[in-house]
Design a protein around this ligand. Structure first.
Ligand code: SF4
Ligand code: SF4
Length: 386
């Protein structure tokens, strides 16, 4: 078993800045699920559902907090962070951070002045695939507006990484949609990440076909996508930045023998609520029992670290998986059987990539590509394990 208490942070500390609790969209898997989730109470955690709508702390307080870690990285997050463009500008102007990133639905990217947009290291933009798929989950017209904004910011000189961040669930065909994001002529993405909508809501399983979808579609299509990914390396000498594959393959190639939660949640990647309290990850907003301090008084380099527990700490693939999701592990919103269904997708993914490692290694040996092609900024908002 991992010696959690001995773990040293070997990277920057990341903080999601929850700028607002509001969003301008009502996506199916977020707003829609919340409407249907009639039992929002967590058995072991008192939840503050009444956080301030936008940040109630002073930006100077955030600066004092961040200055204690000269390498801290801030990711603007929400709700939708671009509903608070003035706060973004104020933080960029006044807070000392190594990098600024943003996770956004992309609809208001045209509202932020170019000088601010261009200082983001990375923009993670929510898109679920092609126009029909994205608009099905996120609302009609979303796709076209986001793509037009992305073209605009590229034309205005944004040089950083743009990651298409998909939320996937039935009936999405993962192979088809990821390939579309990579190859479309409107705005081909060089980086794609996806996360399963699984284990975040208590009452959604009965009305879903998660098991059938993962067995008949998601798992086989992931195997197909892994093969395509390595074929692409072989034919073009290029490692496509498909984050779930990148993270796992890098660990296997380096022979890493242990992994903590790959999103960094609770041990190197935290979230600051609108009221200044620090929680292990943005999804854990309001969960008072999990508060780790307040930016008024906490030291970012000495924050408590929290780790996944049962069933992950006895799992045979923990060293690669890392535990998938602290929120899912703590809240156990899905029962044991459903949790195991999600773990089956993790095992399938690990197996598919493991089977291709010999081929990847021989491509590196033949100098068709460099091992450096698998490098990426860890904890940038891509959780790696979907
Ligand atoms: S596969 Fe499942 S049980 Fe195993 S470490 Fe990952 S999330 Fe935990
Ligand atoms: S994977 Fe889970 S713990 Fe990690 S950031 Fe996402 S919701 Fe939080």
């Amino acid at each position: 078993m991992l010696k959690w208490h001995l773990w040293k942070r070997q990277t920057f500390t990341f903080f999601h800045i929850i700028l607002t609790t509001e969003c301008n969209l009502q996506c199916t898997y977020c707003f829609g699920e919340a409407m249907e989730d009639v039992d929002p109470d967590f058995p072991d955690s008192e939840v503050n559902y009444h956080l301030p709508r936008t940040i109630s702390y002073n930006v100077d307080t955030l600066d004092r907090f961040c200055r204690q870690d000269p390498d801290c990285v801030l990711t603007f997050y929400g709700g939708e962070p671009l509903l608070q463009t003035n706060k973004i500008k104020s933080i960029v102007d006044n807070v000392h951070a190594k990098h600024f990133l943003i996770q956004t639905n992309g609809l208001f990217l045209d509202r932020l002045e170019t000088e601010y947009t261009n200082c983001f290291h990375t923009i993670l933009v929510s898109l679920d695939g092609d126009e029909a798929t994205t608009d099905f989950f996120r609302g009609k017209g979303t796709f076209q507006k986001v793509i037009s904004n992305l073209k605009l910011i590229r034309n205005n000189g944004f040089k950083g990484e743009i990651i298409a961040r998909m939320t996937v669930m039935e009936p999405t065909d993962i192979y088809k949609q990821v390939k579309w994001l990579l190859n479309n002529t409107e705005f081909p993405f060089s980086s794609v990440h996806w996360q399963l909508n699984a284990g975040f809501w208590k009452n959604d399983l009965q009305r879903r076909k998660f098991d059938q979808w993962t067995t008949e579609s998601y798992n086989p299509e992931i195997r197909r996508l892994v093969k395509f990914w390595v074929d692409h390396m072989e034919h073009h000498g290029v490692v496509l930045r498909l984050y779930p594959f990148l993270g796992i393959a890098q660990s296997l190639l380096k022979g890493e023998t242990q992994s903590l939660l790959r999103c960094g949640g609770g041990w190197t990647n935290y979230a600051i609520q609108t009221d200044g309290h620090i929680v292990p990850c943005p999804t854990m907003w309001g969960m008072k029992n999990d508060y780790l301090g307040h930016i008024n008084s906490a030291n970012p380099l000495k924050l408590k670290q929290v780790f996944v527990s049962d069933p992950c700490n006895n799992c045979d693939v923990l060293n690669i998986c890392g535990g998938r999701c602290l929120y899912a592990n703590v809240t156990k919103r899905w029962d044991k059987e459903a949790y195991a269904q999600v773990c089956d997708t993790v095992r399938n993914l690990i197996k598919a990539i493991s089977e291709e490692v010999p081929r990847i290694k021989s491509l590196i040996r033949e100098q068709k590509m460099s091992p450096n092609s698998f490098e990426f900024m860890k904890y940038n908002g891509c959780e790696i394990i979907p």
